[in-house]
Design a binder for this molecule. Structure first.
Ligand SMILES: [Zn+2]
Length: 221
């Protein structure tokens, strides 16, 4: 099966992606990480990506698909993949659909984790990251033993610069304006499993597994 996972910031997407990969033996194709890797490469594609990023522009759908295509060929298969971070807008989803179709493949389901806006803010407002080792804490659910100090390395705990309320607001607005139209499109295709992300991690994962089982995509969920 090929899955796509989507969800706003702090929806627990990363954790559920890890669970899916581990339990169902999927390959994780995570676009953000892939783009960062390619942008560091000394290759024609790497140069092209760097140029666009440095100019502050967004990568075109064609360029993103080119990178994805190259990565998928190196992976050597087009099955049992969890796509993450791509497609994220309607035009990409339509392009991607044709791309898979040409290869005789398809997307089997979309896991869409939902989270109320105020909960996103609450979760991120309580998040602290170690400036030294990068470990993440939560003042409510996973507080450090000593206030402001990392349990692992003794480094200072900080609010990440991309997790300020203004940045969160911008990103949530972007998600609603750009990604939700794609979700509507995929819903019309009957692909979307909408999952309430405002619950404990294990319960969310059990729910996801159950939905995949009902779709006949996995046997023992
Ligand atoms: Zn640390």
């Amino acid at each position: 099966m090929n899955l796509l996972i989507i969800g706003p910031q702090a929806s627990g997407k990363g954790t559920q992606a890890e669970n899916l990969i581990e339990k169902f033996g999927l390959a994780h194709v995570e676009m953000g990480g892939l783009l960062r890797r390619v942008s560091k490469e000394d290759s024609e594609l790497g140069n092209k990506v760097r140029e666009v990023i440095n100019s502050g522009k967004l990568l075109s759908d064609e360029l993103v698909v080119e990178i994805l295509n190259q990565h998928l060929s190196s992976l050597g298969r087009l099955d049992n993949i969890l796509f993450d971070g791509f497609p994220r807008v309607l035009s990409q989803a339509q392009y991607f659909e044709k791309f898979l179709e040409k290869k005789g493949k398809k997307l089997d389901a979309v896991i869409y984790l939902t989270l109320p806006r105020e909960i996103t803010f609450e979760r991120l407002a309580n998040r602290r990251t170690c400036g030294t080792c990068g470990k993440v804490f939560n003042l409510k659910t996973k507080p450090p033993k000593k206030e402001g100090v990392c349990d692992y390395c003794g480094g200072n705990l900080v609010v990440r610069s991309d997790e300020t309320p203004e940045k969160i607001e911008t990103r949530l607005n972007e998600f609603e304006a750009q990604t939700l139209p794609m979700v509507t499109y995929l819903k019309q295709k009957g692909l979307v499993e909408e999952i309430d992300g405002n619950r404990p991690i294990e319960i969310i994962f059990a729910d996801i597994s159950e939905r995949l089982k009902k779709r006949g995509l996995v046997k023992n969920a």
